[in-house]
Ligand binder design. Structure first.
Ligand code: HDD
Length: 700
């Protein structure tokens, strides 16, 4: 990858070259401006004049630059790309973009956090939004999902309550981008339907390593409809090619300071470097006649269909290959809406989905200042738009002819598309019932799938969940809220409740609920390792004068060949002198980076006995943090010596010399000279393993 500074420079140059105007500065009216650094005034020290139209226009435009941020999902990052189906899905849906493997449909995807404002940090504990706009030949289709397959509430009428509870508290606007506070947990403790999503929130899914390494879910049960009008229930899944990987909580918190743009930058840099992220779209299909075949309600958005029960069938892939030109114009102004559907995709009566179908259009009207936001380039369909909707703020089309239907003066245009053709027709579902405000009894079980999630976790995932509950509830001032939450956890799993209670100073609940045994192995990160490659992993090599350059070169070549990004870090930027007397470029100075910004670290040695970096406290801290966070650590030659700094952390250094030793992702070889094939293979495997959880008393 080019360095970020180089990339920025190239980009600026490109945008200047692409500027169709290319001429001098003008006002919004196109009048050329000779001077924009001083306002028009009476004399050199006199008052500013009202008639300085350039000054007033410039400041007025500046004063109006902001639009309201999204009430939720305010912070996000977007990218363009394409989707292609693997084969025709005509058996289930007539959606045109799911028919022909040779047709690529353009997409725009926006990833986001939910709670924090537009300027908050990326690596907070939160759900991540995963919203995709497909610009299909039949109109725009928006799949507005999250990286959790379940939601916190069952009926959209509770959305304002939930969002008020999780957002910063109203009196002091604290905390930013965090759920660890009283009002959220008060709500949770009184509303057990939140518990399943809360388990996901306490899991490592809520601190993704990268937007490129997280799953996406449509959450609701939707409906496919084929050309014969037959409906099939469908749940949508995005699976990342690189696998699902997460940070650890200690690291996520440090990242918030070291690089608040961690996820946003990662997405941008990968696309800029041609490392295009890819996801497979999968569907779980349930014939309409099986609607009641499950022990939960398909309309309940707090439930999943376990993949072991209904397998996820891959139907296509999506690749993101272009960064936006302008954050505001595209990522900020993109307007998603669950009701943007195309023929062949329909809704169900999930009450959360029904509410969303109202809320998104409503929110865009206020956020984007009127009804014409679908004319903005990022929102504009590629399919032609013809209707009698007119005028309003920011109308940019110049309509002519008649503006009503039916008409004869306009030749009857635009005419009805006619049923049965390419027009959207709503699935003719029969509904019948009394008008009531009542949750269906089939929505009442809040514990069994919550327990299923817990049961499906590996031991280290369970440990992280317990630690997350302890952290979050430990920040809650109201002891009654802590205790009430633990009572609910006892309904899920007695051991979970006891372990949480022990950490937060509340009594362990005496009774436990029903012992739920069900597990779904597909939910564990252990089963989501992706293609097993190390592509785009960031590897730090700590170097100093006298380093064995052959070692660095051998490792760099191999890791680069595997698609990883290797950066040489030294105490200062510039160059270092290798043991061979040659000078070598340094990529970054250690004080400007931190271990949390890398996936693994390598310590090369020098030809003499002293480890080259052990004297540098920044280097020692770097290695210690990498070790504590479960990251692969490689050391060669005398570089192994620095690892003695990890012995208080529980590392037991091997006493075997001149051979490759691998233990819990720590790979060493004290041999001098270039890294052996065996070392390289073992180190690459350790990096592919992402994190190593069996280490001693480390900080997760
Ligand atoms: Fe929502 C934004 C995802 C429930 C109301 N939502 C928004 C975004 C995502 C989701 C990814 C950001 C889109 C973007 O990048 O611009 N929301 C979900 C999922 C939900 C969900 C997966 C449950 C399954 N949302 C939900 C409910 C309501 C809303 C129940 C209201 C009844 N959501 C909104 C909103 C937002 C929004 C207020 C804020 C900004 C926007 O729409 O454009 O209308």
């Amino acid at each position: 990858m080019a360095s970020p500074a180089d990339r920025k420079q190239e980009q600026r140059a490109a945008s200047r070259a692409d500027d169709p105007a290319g001429g001098p500065l003008t006002t919004d009216q196109g009048v050329e401006v000779d001077h924009t650094d001083d306002s028009l005034a009476v004399g050199e020290r006199g008052p500013t004049l009202m008639e300085d139209f350039h000054f007033r226009e410039k400041l007025t435009r500046f004063d109006h630059e902001r639009i309201p941020e999204r009430v939720v999902h305010a912070r996000g990052a977007g990218a363009y790309g394409w989707f292609e189906p693997y084969e025709s899905c005509a058996e289930f849906t007539r959606a045109a973009f799911l028919q022909d493997p040779s047709v690529r449909t353009p997409v725009f995807v926006r990833f986001s956090t939910v709670q924090g404002p537009k300027g908050s940090a990326d690596t907070v504990r939160d759900v991540r939004g995963f919203a995709t706009k497909f610009y299909t030949s039949e109109g725009n289709y928006d799949l507005v999902g999250n990286n959790f397959p379940v939601f916190f509430i069952q009926d959209g009428i509770k959305f304002p309550d939930f969002v008020h509870a999780v957002k910063p508290e109203p009196h002091n606007d604290i905390p930013t981008g965090a759920s660890a506070h009283d009002t959220l947990w008060d709500f949770v403790s009184l509303q057990p339907e939140t518990l399943h999503a809360i388990m996901w929130l306490m899991s490592d899914r809520a601190i993704p390593r990268s937007y490129r390494m997280m799953q996406g879910f449509g959450v609701h049960t939707f409906r496919f409809v084929n050309a014969e009008g037959r409906g099939t229930f469908v749940k949508f899944h995005w699976k990342p090619k690189l696998g699902v990987h997460s940070l650890v909580w200690d690291e996520a918190q440090e990242c918030q300071g070291r690089d608040p743009d961690f996820n946003r930058r990662d997405l941008w840099d990968a696309i800029a470097a041609g490392e295009y992220p890819e996801w497979e779209l999968g569907v779980q299909l349930v014939p309409e006649e099986d609607e009641f075949a499950f022990d939960f309600d398909l309309l309940d958005p707090t439930k999943i269909i376990p993949e072991e029960q209904v397998p996820v069938r891959p139907i296509g892939r999506m690749v993101l290959d272009r960064n936006p030109e302008n954050f505001f114009a595209e990522t900020e102004q993109v307007a998603f809406h669950t009701a943007n559907v195309v023929p062949g995709i329909d809704f169900t009566n999930d009450p959360l989905l029904q509410a969303r179908n109202f809320s998104y259009l409503d929110t865009q009207l206020i956020r984007l200042g009127g009804p014409n936001f679908s004319q903005l380039p990022v929102n504009r369909p590629v399919a032609p738009v013809r209707n009698n909707q007119r005028d309003g703020y920011h109308q940019s089309a110049i309509h002519s002819g008649t503006n009503y239907f039916p008409n004869s003066l306009g030749g009857g245009c635009p005419a009805h598309a006619g049923a049965g053709g390419s027009a959207y027709t709503h699935h003719a579902e029969r509904v019948d019932g009394h008008k009531i405000r009542r949750r269906s009894p089939s929505f009442q079980d809040h514990y069994s799938q919550t327990a299923m999630f817990w049961n499906s976790m590996a031991d280290w995932e369970k440990q992280h969940i317990v630690e997350a509950f302890r952290f979050e509830l430990g920040k809650v001032g109201a002891r009654t809220v802590r205790a009430r939450t633990v009572e609910h956890l006892a309904e899920v799993d007695g051991e979970l409740a006891a372990r949480v209670a022990q950490g937060i100073g509340v009594p362990e609940p005496s009774g436990a609920g029903a012992p739920y045994k069900q597990a779904s192995p597909a939910l564990s990160l252990e089963s989501l390792r992706g293609d097993g490659s190390i592509r785009t992993r960031q590897i730090a090599v700590l170097v100093t004068d006298g380093v064995d350059a052959e070692q660095i070169t051998s490792v760099r070549e191999r890791l680069a060949a595997e698609g990883a990004i290797v950066e040489a870090l030294a105490a200062t930027d510039g160059t270092i002198a290798g043991a061979d007397g040659e000078t070598y470029a340094v990529d970054r100075a250690l004080p400007t980076v931190a271990s949390v910004l890398y996936d693994a670290v390598l310590l090369p040695g020098g030809p003499v006995g002293t480890p080259p970096t052990a004297a540098d406290p920044d280097a020692v801290r770097f290695v210690r943090d990498a070790y504590r966070h479960g990251k692969p650590v490689g050391a060669l030659g005398s570089g192994v010596g620095i690892l003695s700094a990890l012995e208080p952390e529980g590392l037991r250094l091997s006493t075997e010399f001149h051979r490759v030793v691998s233990d819990q992702g720590v790979v060493t070889d004290t041999s001098p000279g270039p890294a052996s094939e065996e070392f390289l293979n073992t180190f690459v495997d350790a990096i592919a393993g992402h994190r190593h959880w069996g280490r001693g008393p480390v900080r997760h």
